[in-house]
Design a protein around this ligand. Structure first.
Ligand code: 3PG
Length: 316
């Protein structure tokens, strides 16, 4: 049986599949050649990350394909319902990358409140000639301790974000389908545990109460945070999007950064990936990363092994 890991697979995942007798192909086939490649090579399972699209036309063109594995969380690049109707087994690895994404949120957040994104851009250019000015520009930072983080979407990743926030003394409010209270279990290295109740409230309330807002929901047709929502936020709020491009309206965001309503944004995902808007890339108040939330060795190892186990269960 043959598996094409078109966007790669960890060494552990590949090894597990090979030990179970699968041939694992890790070359990158261009999107437009994929249907031919899958058909001609009689590929049984395709594994993708977010780069490769598995749409209806591809599914229709490849009668031998039995399994579509998403090495990650978001399945917006796959026509899941259609594939399942056609009898394919389609799955993702929803939990394996939660910690990595949550840590990236805080990598951005810790950096942004101290202007590290801007300092890292300007120190190489002017650090030797304008040191004192740069020091002045990047003073006036803020601490996270004691501030309120609003988490929109309180699933696996949102909850991991909450754990880190609680650990550093932040107040956490969350917004999810259900309102009320959600319980977070903080687990420590020595196996001690603490359970902490988190208040959940509607997005329209959360945005008014938060110093920093991070979004953890799947791709949507419309922004979750547009011009109106931004107007209702605290002045000087910081916004983080490591989920999917467009969940924050990028035009409204740039306006709000220019006016000072939003102090900074941190974006790992963009509306027009893989070609984000130049206005976003060039904005000095945005901390940027190229969709690397799940891209740690640890997350990819967990994803690879989970994928391998699922494919073996499905096909053997
Ligand atoms: C996901 O949905 O799992 C993340 O956005 C990561 O996407 P990637 O696998 O393309 O890095």
């Amino acid at each position: 049986m043959k598996v094409l890991a078109n966007d790669g697979i960890s060494a552990g995942g590949k090894k597990t599949l090979e030990e179970a007798g699968f041939e694992v192909i890790t070359i990158k086939v261009a999107q437009e050649q994929l249907a031919n490649y899958l058909r001609e090579n009689k590929i049984d399972a395709i594994v993708v990350r977010s780069a490769t699209k598995v749409r209806k036309d591809l599914i229709n063109a490849c009668p031998d394909l039995k399994v579509i594995g998403r090495a990650g969380v978001g399945m917006d690049n796959i026509d899941v319902k259609y594939a399942r109707e056609k009898g394919l087994y389609v799955f993702n690895t929803p939990s394996a990358s939660s910690s990595s994404v949550a840590e990236l949120v805080f990598a951005h957040l810790f950096g942004a409140v101290r202007f590290l994104h801007a300092a890292n851009r300007n120190m190489p250019l002017e650090g030797d000639s304008r040191f004192k000015e740069l020091k002045k520009n990047y003073s006036g930072g803020r601490e996270l301790r004691g501030k309120t983080i609003g988490i929109i979407g309180f699933g696996r990743i949102g909850r991991e974000v909450a754990k880190i926030a609680l650990g550093i003394g932040m107040k956490v409010i969350a917004s999810d389908r259900e309102e009320g209270e959600a319980e977070i279990t903080l687990e420590f290295y020595n196996h001690q545990e603490i359970k902490i109740p988190i208040k959940t409230e509607p997005v329209e309330d959360l945005i008014k109460h938060s110093d920093f807002i991070t979004i953890h929901v799947p791709a949507q047709d419309e922004p979750v945070l547009g011009r109106d929502e931004i107007q209702n936020m605290k002045n000087g709020v910081g916004l983080i999007n490591t989920s999917r491009g467009g969940l924050i309206d990028e035009v409204a965001l740039v306006e709000a950064l220019d006016s000072g309503k939003v102090a900074f944004a941190a974006l790992d995902t963009f509306k027009n990936e893989p070609s984000p808007a130049i206005k976003i890339l060039m904005n000095g108040k945005i901390s940027l990363s190229p969709h690397i939330g799940a891209a740690t060795g640890e997350a990819q190892d967990r994803i690879g092994v989970e994928l391998a186990d699922e494919i073996i269960n499905a096909l053997k």
